[in-house]
Design a protein around this ligand. Structure first.
Ligand code: ADP
Length: 207
């Protein structure tokens, strides 16, 4: 089984690339989906979050006001650290569980799609690190376009809270440049997929 860690900044195009890889046949472990799952009402992380951030961050139905919580933590480094300490170990634990299940099912290629792959040390679990790169101007434009009501300042806060791209690139086995159009990115993914298939063929006993 080949395990690829797919990472990159917010709105760099990780989901776009992971969709392309899914169409190729990769199994995707989506850290964002897991992050949403573990904070559902009643779960241990949800309880810890209320304990630290108060009930003001809850909607009437008990779900977390994601936007409100995001605004609190992205303007206060200590609070972001606190939230990460609550959520990250649980996300990592779930990812490890999914990875074990993939091994049992004998998946050929598994992609861990995680913005915080490197920050959480998940990269020790992967064979290759693929970094989706985009220039900051395009990143901000796409982030604002996707989130609609986010301001320029909020967009910058979210980008600055993450590990800078040039640092991420130091860990990269492969780089996917998503500054161009989707077709251009698809071509890069097609090429990388052919190479991955080749390495799988070359090591049949790993499968
Ligand atoms: P991430 O998962 O890294 O946060 P997304 O894949 O959601 O990023 O991409 C961010 C936004 O930019 C989305 O709205 C997406 O549709 C758009 N997008 C991604 N890649 C491109 C591209 N090459 N050209 C134009 N828009 C893109």
């Amino acid at each position: 089984m080949k395990v690829i860690g797919l990472t990159g900044g917010i709105a760099s195009g990780k989901s776009t690339v992971s969709r392309m890889l899914r169409r190729k046949g990769a199994y995707i472990i989506d850290a964002d989906e897991i992050a949403k799952e573990i904070v559902k009402a009643g779960k241990p992380a949800w309880k810890d979050i209320i304990e630290h951030f108060g009930r003001d961050i809850l909607n009437d139905d008990g779900t977390i006001k994601r936007r409100k919580l995001a605004n609190i933590v992205f303007s206060d480094e200590k609070k972001l650290k606190m939230l990460n300490e609550i959520t990250h170990p649980r996300i990592v634990e779930e990812i490890k569980k999914e990875l074990e299940a993939c091994k049992k099912r004998k998946e050929k290629v598994v992609v861990i799609d995680a913005a915080l792959l490197l920050e959480t040390g998940l990269d020790v679990l992967v064979d290759e690190v693929w970094v989706v790169a985009v220039d900051e101007k395009t990143q901000i434009e796409r982030l604002i376009e996707r989130e609609k009501s986010i301001s320029y300042t909020e967009a910058m806060e979210r980008i600055r809270a993450q590990m800078p791209l040039e640092q991420k690139l130091k860990f990269a086995t492969r780089i996917i440049d998503n500054s161009g159009d989707v077709e251009n990115t698809q071509n890069q993914v097609d090429k990388l997929w052919r190479e991955i298939e080749k390495t799988c063929e070359d090591s049949p006993y790993e499968m």
